[in-house]
Design a protein around this ligand. Structure first.
Ligand code: NDP
Length: 335
């Protein structure tokens, strides 16, 4: 899918910030499969990404840059000459944003602005994807949420993401730049760190089934989330930048599941009954500012982009448990 106005011989090149994260690495693979030359912005030594990027480290160009340092972003753009930029870098663990509200604001909000400014200076025809989040809806004014739902963020993370969402829209209107925002709901994969609940549950179910651990202690089992598979969600990011018009899109499954359902599926996938191994501890319940039932309506993405999630909730949980079983078995075999 060439961009309108592109010469047919112009190579498609993408620059992905946060390429060392879950979405960055899955997106880099998708882009390579689509024939792109891919570069990634990282903040640490390349060797720090050997485990997370695996074979990708040889297949993509890694560029060190600081999202808050305008000159380093300009240099990264000049060196890699992308036709598309995907801005995924940000502190992504929502509860931690209460401990690090300033860093969160700097990288999630100011970082997006820095990248937009650098693009405007180097080549305003570059298409820009911004990783917006369902957290911009905070305590939602309606359910399910759509692109028209008024943002009302509550967490420092949600507030910073709302800023980035609005500034990307501002640059679209003011400068005519092609900026697209994906309002993505929670999406998971075996690449998620164990801080995140679905991975924590998948890993614990695998470890308990192998006799490595005895019990999993969680907070509120009735809390609900709209969880999807990250591989499906990075495809939506790419589709947004292939469309003839820039815009904002909710990307979600449209169905929420409780933590209890998550636990039930995960332990079943590991051949166990969750009730024998999982305990809920009220001291781990999250406060009101983080307890919200967000469910997205992705009708626009389905209609305009032809996007559909391909992996169901049950399949997602199973594939995460299977990946953790394989990891733990490999680790104990190599001991
Ligand atoms: P990850 O945490 O896996 O990846 C985030 C990436 O951002 C990492 O590569 C990390 O770098 C980089 N990063 C974090 N802080 C900084 C910083 N201060 N300076 C430079 N880089 C930084 O997140 P995901 O891949 O899951 O998410 C990608 C994006 O999508 C994020 O912006 C996230 O907020 C957003 N999002 C994610 C959702 C989800 O459910 N996964 C839902 C909605 C939005 P390093 O590798 O060096 O640590």
């Amino acid at each position: 899918m060439p961009h309108p106005g592109d010469s047919p011989v112009r190579a498609r090149r993408a620059l992905v910030t946060g390429v060392g994260g879950q979405d960055g690495s899955l997106l880099a693979r998708l882009l390579l499969d689509e024939g792109y030359e891919v570069a990634g912005v990282v903040r640490r030594e390349h060797s720090a990404y050997r485990d997370t990027l695996g074979d990708l480290i040889e297949r993509i160009e890694l560029v060190r840059a600081d999202l808050l340092h305008h000159t380093s972003l300009v240099q990264a753009l000049q060196a890699t000459r992308p036709t598309e930029v995907y801005n995924l870098a940000a502190p992504s663990f929502v509860p931690r944003s209460w401990d690090e509200p300033i860093v969160t604001a700097e990288f999630a909000a100011v970082g997006a602005t820095s990248m937009l400014e650098a693009i405007r200076e180097v080549d305003p025809s570059i298409r820009f994807y911004q990783a917006s989040s369902s957290e911009i809806f905070g305590e939602p004014r309606e359910t399910p949420q759509t692109e028209q739902t008024a943002p009302s963020p509550l967490t420092p993370y949600g507030v910073a993401k709302a800023y980035a969402h609005f500034i990307a829209g501002s640059y679209r209107k003011r400068y005519g730049m092609f900026t697209a925002c994906g309002i993505l709901y929670n999406h998971e994969s075996p690449l998620r760190p164990v801080d995140f609940l679905p991975r924590k549950v998948a890993r614990a179910a695998a470890a308990i089934s192998l006799g490595l651990e005895q019990e999993l202690v969680l907070g509120d089992l009735s809390a609900r989330r709209d969880w999807g598979y990250a591989g499906d969600y990075v495809r939506a990011m790419w589709l947004m930048l292939q469309h003839s018009e820039p815009g904002d899109y909710v990307i979600a499954t449209g169905v929420s599941h409780s933590v209890e359902e998550l636990v039930e599926h995960a332990f079943r996938a590991a051949g166990l009954d969750w009730r024998d191994h999982v305990r809920s501890d009220t001291s781990l319940y999250r406060g009101a500012a983080e307890l919200h039932d967000l469910v997205g309506d992705a009708s626009k993405a389905r209609r305009v982009l032809g996007w559909e999630p391909a992996v169901s909730f049950e399949e997602l949980v199973r594939l995460m448990v299977e990946a953790d079983l394989a990891r733990l078995q490999e680790a104990s075999a190599s001991r």
